[in-house]
Design a protein around this ligand. Structure first.
Ligand SMILES: Cc1cc2nc3c(=O)[nH]c(=O)nc-3n(C[C@H](O)[C@H](O)[C@H](O)COP(=O)(O)OP(=O)(O)OC[C@H]3O[C@@H](n4cnc5c(N)ncnc54)[C@H](O)[C@@H]3O)c2cc1C
Length: 481
């Protein structure tokens, strides 16, 4: 008889673990508390127009492909990746503008045209450095098993930390190599791709610049929702059972081993449980009080955000993604991380989902334009002030006053994703030890319990969550041998 895995949560990490385990012959049940799968990669509908409420850029698509290949399928069998030219447009209040194009060479040319040849040279050298950091970091911190603190003690590990530029901050490394103030802003912003502070996160995260500008940031034809649909289709075809509206209230532990989950009064037996729910939710709400789980529970959460959707006039010259910087970008990190409050002058990120993903708009020709500003996780205030600050920045950059048709505050995210406090990417990487203290994919103190999510190794963002799901499934398979 095949062994039974229960996956708690149908986010990308949970679906990835489910695909891998079902493909390995396990009987897999996915329980999702929401009304639909996808988790943070969700969708919503306004007057018949469907839009994405979560991620808007897909990087490292091979990480998602690796999951589907476990089921004998390929990403390209299910979704078409898109690039729009220009992909990103960065705008500053002083009138400076940088367009990012699908190839690194074209981007460098555009930087030479807008910021000058010296800045383009700085970016070229910086991207070569970032590529080197990625080559050293990826096998160890993304594709490999969770690096424990113990693994830091060997001379080889210390050498590795040096090669990944782990001993200075992202900001220090940027400032040492780049003098253009505009490029400094552009590059520091990559810290926010996992909700971190460039003044504290190790320079290792500079590899994100290479991942997006060198390897590519993609749209998905039909929206990120199409990606979730593909994962669900592959999971179901592999034999996975998916139940939505099924909130797990508790895990049952007997002699240090998980053997069931509870949904209200219903008991669902399990040989193993893979938690796609936030690690903090599992530790604080689902495990019996006093369980000695051995999982680090003190990490700093990544940032949350305010999101809005406006029905915008179609503009063929608009980039897929637009970033509106405030006059002093660094102040945003002081507000977010030192003062733990939403930035007074937030950077506004806009995604034109018709350009990025080919999403259809309204019959009158307007298109879904998704907006986001950063806010600290745990911030419990209302949407109003965040919306007004976003509007102020948009007006300052010459955008006409937007009419919002949908919005979401950090506290809405916190309520929707228990244990997250509204954080978008699990834990922040705000110290050199963050990667070593991130919960690994096995719960050390509870046999049969595994973690597959942005709040576990290797961290948040779509590709890393897919990787988290595979790593958790592989841990299950290894332990079952
Ligand atoms: C606005 C926004 C923008 C983003 N932008 C990007 C981007 O551009 N690129 C990128 O790569 N990433 C981006 N991200 C991050 C990315 O969306 C997440 O890292 C990823 O989707 C999280 O996947 P996950 O596997 O951790 O699961 P989650 O998406 O966190 O899903 C977990 C699931 O578990 C369910 N669950 C929780 N508790 C229970 C329970 N007790 N019982 C049953 N089910 C439960 C939840 O309902 C949820 O569906 C963004 C996120 C947001 C919100």
């Amino acid at each position: 008889m095949s062994r039974r895995a229960v996956v708690v949560g149908a986010g990308l990490g949970g679906l990835s673990a489910a695909v891998a385990l079902a493909s390995a012959g396990w009987s897999v049940l996915v329980l999702e508390r929401g009304k639909a799968p996808g988790g943070k990669a969700g969708t919503a509908t306004v007057d018949g127009v469907v839009f994405d409420t979560g991620p808007s850029v897909l990087t490292l698509p091979d990480a998602l492909d690796a999951v589907l290949r476990r089921a004998g399928s390929r990403l390209e069998d299910h979704v078409r990746l898109r690039t729009h030219d220009p992909s990103f447009r960065y705008l500053w209040p002083d009138g400076a503008r940088v367009d990012v194009h699908p190839t690194e060479e074209a981007t460098l040319e555009s930087v030479a045209g807008s910021l000058g040849p010296e800045a383009a040279g700085e970016l070229r050298r910086f991207l070569a450095y970032a590529a080197g950091v990625w080559a050293a970091a990826a096998p160890r911190f993304v594709l490999g098993p969770a690096p424990g603190l113990g693994s830091l003690m060997s001379p080889a590990a210390i050498l590795a930390v040096t090669r990944i530029d782990g001993l200075r901050t992202m900001r220090a490394a940027i400032h040492a190599q780049v003098r253009s103030p505009h490029l400094r802003d552009l590059l520091a912003r990559y810290a926010t791709y996992n909700g971190s502070d460039p003044r504290r996160t190790p320079a290792t995260l500079n590899c994100i610049a290479h991942v997006e500008l060198g390897l590519g940031g993609f749209g998905v034809e039909g929206g990120i929702g199409a990606l979730v649909e593909a994962f669900v289709a592959v999971a179901l075809a592999a034999g996975v059972t998916l139940r939505v509206d099924a909130a797990v209230d508790a895990l049952e532990i007997e002699r240090g081993r998980v053997n069931a989950v509870r949904i209200g009064t219903e008991r669902v037996p399990a040989d193993v449980v893979i938690a796609n729910a936030e690690v903090a939710h599992v530790l604080n709400d689902l495990l019996p009080p006093g369980t000695r789980h051995g999982v680090p529970a003190d990490g700093e959460p990544s940032t949350s955000g305010w999101n809005g959707l406006t029905a915008a006039p179609d503009d063929p010259s608009r980039a897929a993604h637009t970033v509106l910087f405030p006059p002093r970008y660094e102040q945003e990190f002081v507000d977010l991380f030192d003062r733990r409050r939403p930035p007074d002058e937030p950077t506004v990120y806009l995604c034109d989902q018709s350009r990025a993903h080919g999403r259809a708009g309204w019959p009158d020709g307007r298109v879904p334009l998704f907006a986001m500003t950063n806010a600290p996780a745990g911030w419990n205030g209302p949407s109003g002030p965040l919306r007004e600050r976003a509007e102020e920045r948009m007006r300052a950059h010459g955008f006409t006053a937007p009419t919002w048709v949908w919005e979401r505050a950090p506290r809405d995210l916190a309520a929707r994703f228990p244990g997250s406090g509204g954080a978008l990417y699990g834990l922040a990487s705000n110290s050199v030890l963050a990667a070593f203290r991130r919960p690994s994919n096995r719960a050390r103190g509870v046999r049969g319990l595994y973690f597959a999510s942005g709040s576990a190794h290797p961290g948040g963002g779509l590709p890393l969550c897919a990787r988290s799901g595979l790593a958790a499934a592989d841990a299950v398979l290894e332990d079952a041998r």
